[in-house]
Ligand binder design. Structure first.
Ligand code: ADP
Length: 262
């Protein structure tokens, strides 16, 4: 579904050249829930910009559902950390969710149906006529998720979507996303700084090296389909996977320090 094929990106200006992505190569199959972690400066934002077609790679390519990415892929929806900035404060919740469907000219009856279904799916059926600023942070992020779901993407890309909400809300949103992933048959790419979150959510965790980025480790998360915030997180298998991902990130950081020193 997503092929990142020997991707490289160097930011070039008149005075400097920064190799952000060195040689990044991985494939995500349809239906996977892939979490991407790495130290800060690991090129996660650069990767997402290449995935969304906002940035042209220096070499290599990204393919989504068989199409080479040159502009934002039709099969992809994004949910970002800053829900406050991704929702329009002057539009109702329903209107916010409907907007991408207006843009791609989905017929009116179909639009209405999808908005109602998407809001119900995220538990906001009663909030359709409210405005984003009348909702809590967690509810606003649910609206952003509903908007992505209503668009009916094949691939859902989430960039640290829960970094700005409290721990309990975060746990609820994690379970919501896993449920939607499963029910809707989505392929999910989820960028996070949080190792526990990556292991809890994913079927796979891709650990990125420091820039210039390559895949430091690729960990299959064999914790089964049914996950539960208390039970799953207390399994010894969970602790082992968390240690492995943690070590990968530590190695990436250590390599970056050695590189700087030499
Ligand atoms: P992350 O999102 O993982 O923190 P980024 O993709 O933002 O990483 O950055 C990767 C590397 O590329 C860093 O060394 C960063 O300083 C550099 N970088 C990012 N954007 C630019 C830019 N527009 N110009 C020059 N260097 C950049």
């Amino acid at each position: 579904m997503v092929v990142v094929d020997h991707l490289a990106k160097t930011y070039q200006s008149k005075t400097s050249s920064v190799r952000a992505i060195g040689d990044l190569h991985f494939t995500i199959s349809s239906g996977e829930f892939a979490c991407i972690v790495g130290p800060s400066g690991a090129g996660k934002t650069t990767l997402l910009k290449c995935l969304s077609g906002l940035l042209q790679p220096t070499s290599g390519s990204v393919t989504v559902n068989g199409h080479l990415v040159k502009s934002p892929p039709a099969d992809m929806a994004f949910v970002l950390q800053e829900y406050g900035r991704s929702l329009f404060p002057w539009a109702t919740v329903a209107h916010n969710v409907e907007m991408p469907l207006l843009e791609n000219r989905t017929p009116k009856a179909e639009r209405r149906r999808r908005v109602v279904d998407a809001l119900a799916a995220v538990g906001l059926a009663d909030a359709a006529d409210r405005y984003p600023w009348q909702l809590s942070g967690g509810m606003q992020q649910r609206v952003a998720i509903a908007r992505a779901v209503a668009y009916q993407p094949k691939v859902l890309v989430m960039d640290e979507p829960f970094a700005a909400v409290d721990a309990q809300t975060r746990a609820d949103l994690e379970d919501l996303v896993r449920r939607l992933w499963h029910e809707l048959g989505l392929t999910v790419l989820f960028v996070t700084h949080d190792i526990d979150e990556a292991v809890y959510l994913g079927t796979r965790v891709i650990v990125l090296s420091s820039a210039p980025t390559f895949v430091q480790d690729d960990v299959a998360i064999d914790l089964g389909m049914e996950r539960d915030q208390i039970h799953t997180r207390s399994l010894s298998a969970f602790a082992e996977l968390r240690s492995r991902v943690y070590e990968g990130i530590q190695q990436a950081k250590a390599a970056a320090l050695t590189q700087k020193a030499s």
